[in-house]
Design a protein. Structure first.
Length: 342
């Protein structure tokens, strides 16, 4: 008879083995069908029991039912184990360490020139100066005439100018704001004027058509060159955070008398000479002088009552010294490899 041939022990071993190695519930279900489903060998054995002689019927029936119960329990156990394993995996994957440090979003930062401008403002403000600004598009009057540079004066050639069609121009320096300020405010005055300026020039390592200046102006009853020297030296010490050498040479500006040029040691090469300082070892960084009487007059102030000094310097040059940069054009290149270093 067919039934007798089924080895229930072997069936049990096979089933047990397969159940225990099932990878997931889907596989386990398949195995369940295979061993306990309607078409399984075990079901067949149970179904055909009645055809067996009584003695065999009892024995095989008992064995088959035991196996059936055993497998049912086994399936339930393993199903439970698999469910637990899945739950643990999900838990591990979805676990959040709330004490872990957050990811820092990439942040931009200020352009080196902005940093230099702000630092300059801070230092002068700490010395009692106010920061004021003026228009980038100027009239000839403020940019030149009021500063004692009449139309046909050769000094106008010192500033190569972008003229606009409407008769205005792009300011070639921040000095016109000196006039604008003296017109409006009675001395004593202590101001600095940072801002963007424009020159119609060929560009090279130390020239740009667009760059930044800061002008300074101090007006009072008893203001001297000594006050200027002390102020500018203090500024440089604070700006570069170390003692800096300064030299003053006679210079010429139509709006100051006497005028001087202030040089400082080129920090880029420590005075040895490099492209940034045209190999001189000095960086010409400040133009300055005592405010010309004509400038006071043009601003509505009586030169007999007031005296003062003024200076103008390139913020780009300050930045070049501070960060040891030997080409001004880098500031305007928009090159991230350059900018990311600041
Ligand atoms: N405006 C001058 C320039 O652009 C710099 C300057 C020199 C400004 C002397 C001043 C000054 O206020 O007194 O070259």
């Amino acid at each position: 008879m067919k039934m007798a041939k089924i080895d229930l022990k072997a069936l049990k071993n096979r089933a047990e083995n397969e159940i225990e190695t099932a990878k997931d519930l889907k596989e386990l279900n398949k195995i369940f069908k295979k061993y306990l489903g309607k078409k399984s060998q075990l079901t067949e054995v149970l179904r055909s029991l009645e055809k067996l002689p009584k003695a065999k019927k009892v024995k095989i029936g008992q064995e088959a039912n035991q196996l059936k119960n055993f497998l049912k329990i086994k399936f339930a156990e393993i199903a439970q184990e698999i469910k637990e394993k899945v739950r643990k995996e999900v838990e591990e994957k979805e676990w959040i360490d709330i004490t872990a440090p957050g990811k820092k979003p990439a942040l931009g930062h200020l352009h080196p020139l902005t940093q230099v401008k702000r630092k300059t403002e801070e230092i002068f403000q700490a010395m009692g100066f106010s920061v004021v600004e003026g228009p980038e598009v100027e009239t000839e009057w403020y940019n030149f005439d009021a500063l004692n540079i009449p139309k046909d004066h050769p000094a106008r050639d010192l500033w190569d100018t972008f003229y606009l069609k409407n008769g205005l121009l792009l300011r070639t320096h921040t000095t016109p704001v000196d006039i604008r300020n003296m017109e409006k405010n009675q001395p004593p005055l202590r101001i600095i004027i940072p801002g963007r300026i424009f020159r119609h020039e060929a560009t090279d390592a130390s020239h740009e058509t667009n760059f930044y200046q800061v002008d300074g102006l101090m007006v009072g009853k008893d203001i001297s060159v000594a006050n200027f020297k002390a102020t500018i030296q203090e500024f440089f010490q604070r700006f570069f955070e170390k003692p800096v050498e300064i030299r003053m040479r006679p210079g010429y500006f139509p709006f100051t008398e006497p005028s001087f040029e202030v040089d400082m040691t080129c920090l880029n090469c420590n005075g040895k000479g490099c492209p940034a300082c045209s190999q001189s070892g000095w960086m010409e960084i400040v133009g300055a002088g005592m405010v010309h009487p004509a400038v006071f007059k043009n601003s509505g102030l009586n030169p007999r009552n007031w005296q003062g000094w003024a200076f103008g310097m390139g913020l780009d040059r300050l930045a070049m010294m501070k960060y040891k940069i030997n080409d001004i054009r880098l500031f305007y290149s928009g090159d991230l490899r350059f900018l990311e270093q600041f």
